[in-house]
Write a new protein. Structure first.
Length: 203
């Protein structure tokens, strides 16, 4: 069975394929689907946005679609950037892309002491059928804190700033298998895979 990973982010699509495996499903993503209108992520929560994206792309392409909404919640910023994580710099007039997002976050936290730089990564997944009906959802999170300068080259997004205390490294300093084992996305994807195996056993 073919399932669309509803993202144009190659790093995210790669993580989905690595963690979900290819033994039962064939994966594709939105790269090359330029004619499909982009889903409007108008929700105020990760769950709402994941559901919007899954239903939108499932209907648009007539396939099962798996979408996520994920981001960073920083306690000193009252949970921001939250659902705006990917566009945090852009909506604050500070550029766009990962480097700009990270630079802005560091500026916003420049006067915050280390003990108050606590944060968490959150990921919510939603699976929709080809008619756009929502079938399954899953959630994962991981706690950490924001360091004062980027460290590591193995991740994307805020990974170079997100320090995992029990491992003593940022997410971007972890090998892929370790990152998958503890990450918010890894936890959500393992839960989703288990549910998909139960819900779609004959597909």
């Amino acid at each position: 069975m073919q399932v669309l990973i509803a993202t144009r982010n190659p790093g995210k699509a790669r993580e989905f394929r690595e963690m979900l495996g290819g033994d039962r499903w064939q994966w594709r993503h939105l790269d090359g689907q330029d004619g499909v209108p982009t889903a409007v992520e108008s929700g105020r929560t990760f769950l709402r946005n994941a559901c919007i994206k899954a239903a939108h792309y499932a209907r648009a392409l007539g396939v099962f679609a798996l979408a996520d909404d994920s981001g960073l919640e920083v306690d000193a910023l009252n949970g921001a950037p939250g659902v705006h994580s990917a566009r945090w710099a852009e909506i604050n007039g500070a550029g766009s892309g990962d480097a700009a997002n990270n630079a802005l976050l560091l500026r916003q936290l420049s006067d915050v002491p280390d003990e108050r730089r606590t944060a968490r990564f959150v990921c919510v997944l939603a699976l929709a059928d080809p008619q756009g009906r929502l079938l399954l959802t899953a959630r994962g999170s991981v706690d950490g804190r924001i360091v004062r300068e980027a460290r590591g080259d193995n991740g994307f997004g805020y990974d170079p700033l997100f320090f995992v205390e029990q491992l003593g490294r940022t997410v971007a300093e972890l090998p892929a298998e370790t990152k998958h084992s503890i990450s918010h996305r890894g936890r959500a994807l393992r839960a989703m895979r288990e549910m998909m195996q139960r819900y779609l056993p004959e597909q």
